[in-house]
Design a protein around this ligand. Structure first.
Ligand code: SIN
Ligand code: FE
Length: 311
């Protein structure tokens, strides 16, 4: 089922809720937690035209192996190897501004989350997604839910705020049924019972000892809960599953030039089919901040396997 946003007359459809600046914060949070994509026809703050033109002038070439990321906590830019230091500095400043302005805006719109969220990375996505040549598990055009290989969340939610800065082309997404039916259909097949056993006291002691040893020799040793390990597997499983990828229950959403949207990408299955030039900022939001924690993937999975998946 294809839908164009331009001719939407209702505020809310099965997967998408159009909002404006006056939307109530608690209502917005509960819409997001129920799996809706919150959509804004226009980015709610100014992105200076000169900055947008600069971003659009960054053509896809061998310099870009992946997205360009900005780490707000360290104020660091990664993944951009321009020869000109002035260009690097300019991109750094633009992403810093986008990250700050987005965070200022969402601090009001999603006030119940703001006191507790962790500001994660922002990204600039200058590569045309259609026909992008990536290994299967990295392909963005296959439906999946997000999890981060290097940044376990231990149950915290992944919220992402996107902006399509392309002046003429939409960013085209597919989305499908929400997390509960997805888990019901596929979590066991993806190995949930096996991952649930990782939470046993003996296994936790063993993992703790391995982490301590790694730290003692100066290695990074993030703490992956059974939930994180399962979600990494689930991400790959869904991309590998011919049955899931071919499932007809799909909704196509064309995000027009200049629009912005936010969504919990750890629970809402999504894929991007085409589009070039987007900005994005990620937030990690703890379960404690949720209005409906029972809808969070970790709680859905714990209910399904009858065991705790975080400690
Ligand atoms: C993704 O999170 O899978 C990609 C979404 C996008 O870049 O539009
Ligand atoms: Fe994703």
């Amino acid at each position: 089922m294809a839908s164009t946003l331009a001719d939407r007359s209702t505020r809310s459809t099965e997967h998408l809720t159009t909002i404006d600046g006056r939307a109530d914060a608690r209502w917005c949070c509960s819409q997001l937690e129920a799996g809706q994509i919150l959509y804004l026809e226009q980015l709610p703050f100014a992105l200076p035209e000169v900055d947008r033109q600069f971003l659009l002038s960054q053509r896809q070439d061998a310099r870009y192996h992946k997205n360009i990321s900005y780490r707000p906590q360290e104020d660091k830019l990664r993944g951009f190897a321009a020869e000109q230091p002035a260009e690097v500095e300019r991109l750094h400043r633009i992403l810093r501004d986008y990250s700050r302005r987005t965070t200022e805006y969402l601090s009001g719109l999603l006030a119940p989350y703001a006191a507790q969220w962790t500001l994660d990375f922002a990204t600039f996505r200058p590569i045309e997604e259609k026909g992008r040549d990536l290994p299967l598990h990295k392909r963005n055009d296959l439906m999946h839910v997000d999890s981060f290989p290097s940044r376990p969340t231990r149950g915290a939610r992944i919220l992402r705020f996107f902006t399509n800065i392309n002046p003429t082309e939409p960013r085209v997404w597919l989305t499908a049924d929400r997390f509960e039916p997805l888990a019901e259909r596929y979590a066991r097949q993806a190995g949930l019972p096996r991952y649930a056993k990782l939470g046993s006291p003996m296994r936790r002691r063993l993992d703790g000892a391995v982490r301590a040893m790694k730290r003692a020799v100066g290695l990074r040793a993030p703490h992956y809960a059974p939930y994180d390990r399962f979600m990494l597997r689930f991400h790959d499983f869904l991309k590998e599953s011919g049955e899931f990828q071919a499932s007809p229950a799909r909704t196509q959403i064309d995000f027009p030039p200049g629009s912005a949207w936010m969504v919990f990408t750890d629970s809402v299955p999504h894929a991007v089919l085409s589009g070039q030039f987007a900005l994005e900022q990620t937030y990690l939001i703890p379960l404690d901040a949720m209005q409906c924690p029972h809808l969070a993937p970790v709680r859905v999975l714990e209910k399904a396997c009858g065991r705790p998946l975080i400690d």
